[in-house]
Design a protein around this ligand. Sequence first.
Ligand code: ZN
Length: 325
Amino acid sequence: MIVAAVLFAYAALLCTLAPRLLRGAGWAERAPRLGIVLWQVLCASALTAAVLAGLALTVPTVRVGSDLAQLLQACVMALTAQYASPGGAAAGAAGAVLALAVLGRLAWCTGAALVRIRSERREHRTVLDMVGRADPVRGVVVLDHDEPAAYCLPGRHRRTVITTGALDALDDDQLTAVLAHEHAHQAERHDAVLAWAQTLAVAFPRIPLFHDAEAEIDRLVEMRADDVAADRSGRLTTAAALLAVAGGRTPAVALAAGGSTAARRVRRLIEPHRPLSRLRVAAGSLTAALALAVPLLVVGGPAAAATQLNYCPDGTPAPQVTTMH
Ligand SMILES: [Zn+2]
């Protein structure tokens, strides 16, 4: 019961307090990739803790049939003793329902998102193949449209799309920056990162952590792609390119170079560049590793203690008991 309570409390803290501390954090804009990883890790850690809490409540109700090896039975009994719960079968059933509900909801929403994304991409690709024309030199699909816009359609048959309006508005360096931005989205699979964050927000809409993670990751992947473009073309050139395509409308299924966060991103590129120090990046990475490890350590402690009782078949023979007559 203690294990389950600790895991519940940890998951609840992550779901409510973590987003308040992290939302809009200035340091994340200085190291967007670390920010993305930290939000992802916190989401994964909260989910893991919730599922393990349910399973930890369930363990005391496990029963081993008499036909199974005595050694295995003794092992399970030792584990059961470690997870002993005064709630008995009711707590175990509640734990099983929680774990199955979280995993089931997640699987359902992930499956639905995969089907929807695949269908939308296929439809959009078909339209692009009909109305766009390939530019093999630049490696893009050109759309005849006055509105300056650039975006990538991610996936296995990915396309980088640019309108004739954007080609007219951008000089060569700015075009290189825009293409570098789109290639960064594709190379770092930002579509998968965003799809996962959106799926969690849809699956558990009332949980602040998942809601805020979606918004923050959406913002940070754009900043990360801006940084890759700026490394190639310079920050001011990237800012100018962003301004040129900022107003362009793009399909929901695509990752655009402009978008709703463009104003803040342009300001960030114009301001003096202050990347996060190595020490602070290391501290952030350590925090992420700890957040991932905590639920496993909490649930693994009693299991490890059980193996020390020599009931489990871990290769170490149990001590011999001798009697004196
Ligand atoms: Zn973008």
